[in-house]
Design a protein around this ligand. Structure first.
Ligand SMILES: O=C(O)CCC(=O)C(=O)O
Length: 259
């Protein structure tokens, strides 16, 4: 899938792009099924209680279609065009979100570039938890100026911070630069969100160090719940992109926990 010059300009300047109906209705149905199976497999008792956010990796055999999106050209080719270089697939996962997600970017470092594709398998609008983004907030100085406390800084509630709302139907996909500030308000206690994340394949010492630091944190989070970030199923996926990611992360000392 080739992006137009205008799409690349939009992403560069505003930090996100939307692809309506990127997944067909059949794919969306399969996504939804595998999402539930994958998420519930990581819950004691197999049922989300709606009390707190629940996260699960979807890089496992229970969700082969979802895991395979990482090397699907609609995702990886787009990621490489947006990053302007080779991409490394880092994570494919899902969440049952509970309540609001307050404003934040996903990275503290602007030394490396990364993109996150968001897939919401249920229809969402501004009042029931659709993703909101602050256009242009992925770049400094704007990125670093925005306050985590809008009440104190702007006398605005979290939900009143100026933003764009991604009203979506199942099958729609939004990709954003992970430095973009984002949030969601008004969702229920079982809002489903899936993501596919790619980092740039780093070619400078600063980007390499930032990615290694970020990956140490990622591995620590998996270790805390007694799991391995990249299990045997993910490592064995028979696809050239995939096998390059595994080799390259190993070279970067980012494939395993090394604390
Ligand atoms: O949908 C949401 O609640 C926001 C998700 C989010 O913060 C993220 O994907 O980083």
């Amino acid at each position: 899938m080739n992006l137009s010059e205008q799409q690349l300009n939009l992403f560069r300047d505003f930090g996100f792009l939307i692809f309506r109906q990127l997944l067909s209705p059949e794919e969306t149905a399969q996504y939804s099924r595998e999402f539930n199976t994958g998420l519930n497999a990581w819950i004691d008792g197999g049922q989300h209680d709606g009390k707190s956010r629940h996260y699960a990796s979807l890089m496992e055999e229970k969700s082969p279609f979802i895991a395979g999106l990482a090397h699907d050209p609609r995702f990886v080719d787009v990621a490489e065009q947006l990053l302007g270089k080779d991409a490394l697939a880092i994570a494919v996962d899902g969440n049952y979100m509970v309540g609001d997600t307050l404003w934040h970017p996903d990275t503290r470092s602007l030394d490396y570039a990364a993109v996150k594709f968001c897939i919401y398998p249920d229809p969402l609008n501004g009042s029931n938890g659709a993703l909101r983004v602050i256009p242009g907030s992925h770049q400094d100085p704007f990125h670093s100026q925005i306050s985590l406390d809008p009440e104190a800084a702007y006398h605005l509630s979290q939900a009143d911070v100026p933003s764009y709302t991604f009203e979506s139907q199942p099958g729609d996909v939004l990709v954003f630069n992970v430095a973009l500030w984002h949030a969601a308000f008004g969702g229920g206690n079982h809002r489903r969100q899936g993501v596919v994340v790619y980092y740039e394949d780093p070619d400078t010492p600063a980007a390499t160090a930032a990615i290694q630091e970020q990956m140490r944190g990622n591995h620590r989070a998996f270790a805390q719940v007694g799991r391995q970030m990249y299990g045997p199923y993910w490592r064995a996926i028979d696809d050239p992109h995939h096998q390059r990611w595994i080799r390259r992360l190993d070279e970067l000392e980012a494939l395993e926990t090394n604390n």
